[in-house]
Design a protein around this ligand. Structure first.
Ligand code: FAD
Length: 423
């Protein structure tokens, strides 16, 4: 066995999803162990945007001040056309915080991961590394996992937070990750190396034909975070070796000066091919439940992947708390059913909206001009597009807000379709 100490909950995967769920459950007095495949707990990558539906939960956990001290709370999010550089629309993040009660902020992934890791340590979570799980089974009294080296471990409940390539997901569905043919390059550099004026009071998003470019500040504004995403012609042609740096340069060749100035800073030795999976509505099999990317890996256009993972653990822990008898016994079937009644539908909405939102960003030709006209006409203080996502995380389907109604691109009159003058 992994350990002689029995636990109530075993969590497989110590990413942001696994650790935040571990903390949520440990806070409710449960004994929790995390099994992480890697030699050390950590996160690769760069920045993460966390919207009010996540900072609300961080506040509930007592972790928001720490997050704010490590991240940046920008004043606006500005969306621009990547070709002509003109502004299309914006969110006033100061007003948005007033609207939703909690800030929209940006933080280094490893800083957010570190906040949860330290919180887990304080809460007494048993944190085990070098523990790759290869098998799962339900038992009469709970569930058991088997590691690659043959060791086993068991608990009343097993939560699989093992990411996009989840082994546990195979218990529920035989599906594969879906390639978008898009690839992301990242960079996080000291702001002095930016080589240009950057306004770190903004989260800046340039959207363009088959590409987009994001930048914002990290670590109190000392670092600049950039993400450059594009559609790979080699992926579309079915080639194995796709998303390479030559494709990065070609993809951004026609973009405005501001975007082009950022491209030389991108890390060129690694890149992230963008996959999601089709939504699934079953996440629980007996005493085993999926959480985070294992259940709902999105394309990143809504910037809600890590947030959904954090919401999953928060929702599950709330349902556990309300189903505990005076003697401490938990109605686990009830708690897991309540979790599965509310989370898959919310995440399905985010996954499908992320695909559509990405397509809208990457339009070309007349459709790009129609999109630009629609975005420019938008009232920047109209929150009907964000209520369903930035409002309080629903605990029941009844609490889940209705989704917005999308506006059709061809509703834009032809007279409105002039190219904007270069700003
Ligand atoms: P992961 O982070 O994948 O963690 C899984 C963990 O499980 C890992 O530690 C792994 O080592 C471990 N593991 C895997 N298999 C096993 C095994 N067999 N046994 C034991 N351990 C195992 N989200 C946002 O909210 N905001 C953003 O702005 C944002 N931007 C993004 C930008 C990009 C370019 C990308 C690619 C993603 C972005 N996301 C964003 C999404 C976010 O990164 C993910 O949704 C989130 O990290 C998922 O967390 P997770 O813990 O579920 O999975």
């Amino acid at each position: 066995p992994i350990s002689a100490n029995p636990v109530d909950v075993l969590i497989v995967g110590g990413g942001i999803g696994g650790l935040s769920a571990a903390y949520a459950l440990a806070r409710e007095g449960l004994r929790v162990r995390v099994l992480e495949r890697a030699r050390e707990f950590g996160e690769v990558g760069a920045g993460l945007q966390i919207a009010p539906n996540c900072t609300r939960i961080l506040h509930d956990y007592g972790l928001l001040d720490e997050a704010k001290s490590l991240g940046v709370v920008p004043q606006s999010m500005v969306m621009r056309d990547a070709v002509d550089g003109s502004e299309l629309t914006r969110l006033d993040l100061v007003d948005l915080e007033r609207e939703y009660g909690f800030p929209y902020m940006v933080i280094h992934r490893s800083d957010l991961h570190g906040i949860f890791l330290r919180a887990c340590r304080r809460a007494g979570v048993d944190l085990i590394t070098d523990a790759p799980v290869s098998g799962y089974e339900n038992t009469p009294s709970g569930a058991r996992v088997t590691l690659e080296d043959g060791r086993t471990d068991e608990a009343t409940i097993v939560i699989a937070a093992d990411g996009l390539h989840s082994v546990a997901r195979g218990l529920i569905v035989k599906d594969e990750p879906v390639s978008s043919s898009y690839v992301a390059y990242r960079a996080a550099v000291p702001v002095g190396q930016a080589g240009r004026e950057v306004d770190l009071s903004e989260v800046s998003v340039h959207i363009g034909p088959h590409c987009h470019f994001v930048h914002y500040g990290l670590r109190g504004g000392q670092m600049l975070n950039q993400v450059a995403v594009f559609e790979s012609p080699k992926a579309l042609a079915g080639e194995e070796d796709w998303g390479t740096p030559d494709e990065l340069d070609a993809a951004f060749a026609e973009t405005c000066e501001d975007v082009q100035a950022g491209i030389p800073l991108m890390w060129r030795d690694r890149w992230w091919r963008m996959f999601d999976r089709d939504p699934i509505m079953t996440w629980v099999q007996g005493n085993i439940a999926l959480l985070g990317d294992a259940a709902h890996p999105p394309l990143q256009y809504m910037a809600q992947g890590a947030i959904m993972a954090i919401e999953d653990g928060w929702v599950l822990a709330k349902h556990v708390a309300t189903r505990r008898a005076a003697d401490g016994a938990i109605d686990w079937p009830g708690a897991l059913a309540a979790y599965e009644t509310v989370r898959p539908e919310h995440c399905r909405r985010v996954l499908t909206t992320a695909r559509a939102w990405g397509e809208l960003w990457h339009l070309d030709g007349i459709a790009r001009l129609q999109r630009n006209a629609l975005l420019r006409a938008r009232d920047i203080y109209d929150y009907s597009f964000t209520d369903w996502i930035y409002g309080p995380t629903a605990l029941t389907p009844e609490e889940e807000p209705p989704m917005f109604t999308p506006i059709a691109l061809d509703s834009v009159p032809a007279a409105d379709l002039a190219e904007a003058s270069v700003g």
